[in-house]
Each structure stands twice: as C-alpha cells, then as structure tokens.
Design a protein around this ligand. Structure first.
Ligand code: FA5
Length: 333
C-alpha cells in the first residue's frame, strides 16, 4: 500500500486528484483506515507491530500529500505570473484623441477677431421669451416668422430663440451706452433641411450703440471683419433688405472663395457666395423699448450665420456634414 500510495502521489498533477487520493487512503472508508479498524481482530503481539507500521505509512502519505500540494500550488502560481508578464517594449494601443469641432473653432476665431476690434463677448439663453425674441425687436404681431410653423414654441410666451438678436435687448436693458458687444450661440427655426439650412444652426450677433454711429461705421466694421477672416482680397456686397429691428437694413454676401469673384460652378457663375449675414441701423423703437433715447444715441447691429461662414471658409457644400458627427469628416480639421 505504501508503494502504491507513493507512486500515485508522484503521478498526481492536479489539486483535485490529490484530494481524491487522500480520501482513497486516509478517508473514513480509506484503505489505511480499514487496516486500522481491522486491528481488533489481531493478536495482542501482532497489534503493536501492525499499528506502528500503519502509523508510519499514514505519516508518510500525509507528508507526501502536503509536499505535492505545495508543489502544485507553486506551479499554478508560476503559470499565473507568467501569463501576467508585461512586456514594456511592446507598442501600446493608440488612444484616439478628440479635438475641437470645426464649428466651435470658427466661432472662437470670429469672437477673437471682434475682440481685437474692441468688442466684448456676452452670452444669452437659448430658451427665450417671446417678448425679447419678437416684441421688443419691433416685430409686428402678424410677422410670418412668429408663426408656429416657423418657430419652436415651448409655451405661448416662451420659445427656442430664432436668432441671437434678443441678446441685443438683454444687453441694452442691463447696460447704458456706449455698447460694443458680440454674442454667439445656437439658434432654432422650423426650417426644412437642405444644403444651406438646418433647424438648429449658429449665429453671432453684434451690437454697437453710441452717439453719432452711422451706416458708414457698420459697413467699415463688416468689411474689416470679412477681410480679417478671409483675406484682404475679399469683397463684400450689401443688398438692401428688411428687418423689423433695423432701418435701413441690408444683407451681405462675400466673394466666392473658389473663383474670387470671377464666377465658377460653385457660385453658379455669380462670383458671390451664399448670404452670410443680415445687418442694419438699430430701429429707434428698439432703442426706446430698452430705455435708450434715439434722439441722443444711434447704433448698428448685425447677425451672421456661423455655420455658413464655416462652409465658405472650408469649402463645405452641405451644412448637414457639420452636424452628422461622421469621424471621416471631422478628422479632416
Ligand atoms: C436674422 O436672423 C437677423 N437677426 C440678423 C440681424 C441681426 C439683422 C441684427 C439685422 C441686425 P436672418 O434670418 O437673415 O437674419 O439670419 C441671419 C443669418 O443666419 C443668415 O444670413 C444665414 O447665414 C443664417 N441662417 C438663417 N437661417 C439659417 C438656417 N436655417 N440654417 C443655417 N443658417 C441660417
């Protein structure tokens, strides 16, 4: 039995097998236990001899089991450690770094240009009152832009701002002239999506109020800004327009960047890019609504489409690309 037990121990290479082996020899019904139990039938001379041998065999098997157990534990620890070895010379996994969205980059660039021209940056909320978005801006009760088919209303009096112009009202109500501010942010309209329209887009509003401000100041400011942004060869075109909150009003186009005004297929041969901004002299009613005397002060304001500027700047022909978050597009910036 001793030889058999030692042989089996030698061939054991799993902890579970070792336990089976212990049960087989030393368990309640184990072979050695049987021998010890059977000692009652032995003569008094045989009993101590067999008892001593049986005890020696028990100690031998127990020690053998302990030894093999230690060996197996050590082996499994080494296997685990080997599996966890870290090879610091292996090339690492490249972690993809994020970067600014091109639109945010353009927005900051526009703000920086205006700051260098002496404008301060202010913020306004995206959820606005109907009063600030329309009434205070001299918008007639029946103006089509007030229609729920054009504007996202939250309640009868609250809406998602349709332009950044309500920031003019907030600024003029809270501060006294002279004022020179710009404010950029998101705006919302019930517009159908096409290549140049999106229901959520971005505007940057500008407002200057002081004594003796004229249309010449407005034109000079816009021209300087456009040249700073696109280069000195860039031309602007002011077309007469109507806005309830400015009088006179204009819309501004800039030369097509692709052909620099010569006419190409990108601009349908006109030499001009799409409409980029609206502007005008602040309407006296708007100044009055904000507690500013139009007999003493005058001002100009403008609102430009940041998404459209980004499109002209980077030659993007579809506004949807700015909002789809396709990494193949975004990684180009
Ligand atoms: C306005 O929103 C006026 N508040 C601008 C203004 C401010 C005029 C101050 C006078 C004084 P308009 O609706 O034209 O104007 O929009 C201004 C610019 O926003 C447009 O020239 C265009 O560049 C951009 N824009 C308008 N609608 C969309 C749209 N759905 N998607 C993308 N850009 C748009």
């Amino acid at each position: 039995m001793k030889e058999r037990a030692l042989l089996e121990l030698e061939n054991t290479n799993k902890l579970e097998e070792l336990e089976q082996l212990r049960i087989k020899f030393l368990g309640k019904k184990g072979e050695l236990t049987q021998v010890l139990r059977g000692m009652g039938s032995l003569s008094s001379e045989e009993r101590p001899i067999v008892g001593q041998v049986a005890n020696e065999v028990r100690v031998l098997i127990e020690n053998g089991i302990e030894k093999v157990k230690e060996k197996l534990k050590e082996e499994s620890k080494n296997i685990k450690l080997n599996a966890e070895i870290l090879d610091i010379s292996m090339p690492g996994t490249q972690i993809e770094k994020g970067h600014r969205h091109p639109l945010i980059g353009v927005m900051e660039e526009l703000e920086n240009i205006f700051m260098s021209m002496g404008f301060s940056i202010v913020q306004g909320p995206e959820v606005e009152t109907v009063y600030n978005n329309f009434d205070a801006l001299n918008s007639p009760e029946n103006h089509p832009s007030r229609d729920p088919s054009d504007t996202f209303y939250i309640t009868d009096d609250i809406l998602l701002r349709t332009h950044t112009s309500p920031v003019q009202i907030r600024t003029m109500k809270e501060n006294k002239p002279p004022l020179r501010i710009v404010s950029a942010g998101r705006t919302f309209r019930f517009d159908d999506v096409d290549d140049t329209h999106s229901p959520m887009f971005h505007q940057l509003e500008g407002l200057v109020v002081d004594k003796n401000i004229t249309m010449a100041n407005l034109k000079h400011t816009i021209d300087m800004f456009i040249r700073e942004l696109f280069g000195s060869q860039m031309k602007t075109r002011f077309r007469p327009h109507y806005f309830p909150f400015t009088e006179p009003s204009a819309e501004v186009d800039v030369s097509c960047l692709k052909c620099m005004g010569k006419g190409c297929e990108a601009c349908n041969g006109t030499g001009w890019s799409m409409e980029l901004l609206g502007c005008g002299m602040v309407h006296p009613n708007v100044l009055r609504n904000c507690g500013i005397d139009p007999e003493i002060y005058s001002g100009f304001a403008f609102g430009l489409g940041v998404d459209r500027i980004a499109m002209v700047k980077y030659g993007i022909n579809n506004i949807r690309l700015l909002f789809e978050n396709d990494m193949r597009f975004l990684n180009q910036f």
